[in-house]
Design a protein around this ligand. Sequence first.
Ligand code: DGY
Length: 308
Amino acid sequence: MAPLAVVTFQPPAQALDHLQVPHVVETDPAQWRALARDAQALCCLLTDRVDAALLAHAGSLKVIATASVGVDHVDVEAATARGIWVCHTPGVLTQATADLTLALILAASRRVPEGEALLRGGRFQGWRHDMLLGLELGGATLGIVGMGRIGRAVASRAAAFGMEVLSSDPGAPDGPGRPVDLEELCRVSDVVTLHCPLTPATRHLFDRARIRSMKPGAILVNTARGAVVDEEALADALHDGHLAAAGLDVYEHEPAVHPRLLTAPRVVLLPHLGSATLKTRTAMATLAFVDATRVVRGLPPLHPFNHP
Ligand code: DGY
């Protein structure tokens, strides 16, 4: 029997048990695109571009179930117009991503990579009163841009570190944290962390002017999507010292990293690890497979992003 579902990635076996329709796992992009032509479900990742051309070719598709919360890699409008569900994985990656955000805030503020490089480079010549002084989180102000699930989970962790939390999210005006407008948040925050989805409205939300409006010596952390930030402008602000540091997990043109970010001082760079725990990745794949199975069987999905 021809596969009803095409899976573009090798999932944890425990998760694949939830895909209860005939399926094929095919990780080669040319191959899975060809197989998608006759499939009813496409189970994919954020690195798989699902554009209008693919949707036109895959005429039997009923559901695109992406094992990610972000759907900026899917042409949702084209899918909706064709009556195709787009399903994603809200909720299950909240804690892992919030943990990694705190890891970046701590690494950037306390200069963890610089300290390690100094020691491994044989330059540790004993304790010094003035060595690698950083920002203390207790009493510092954290500005959270985007107060969805992940922003809220970051807020509760930051409060435990004694940070004062400000929030800016037109869709969640009540916080947690003290709601302020984005201008004030940038002006007063010692650390700004981004948790908004990538949409036309948030693309380059942190452009050159916004980055320049941040408090001198502040730190910018991004675990959302790279294109929310103008990377060239960020690199300039790090090179000329307007910003003290940055912690980045995401990039506009992944897997490429802007070359001037690679040479900028005090920037901590991770390879999109926000949700990278076995527990979370298993849960993400499971949600995608459950929804793919439901739609192929004629049931409504549990985690739809659109309403075709
Ligand atoms: C997502 O699911 O959108 C995340 O970026 C994965 O870590």
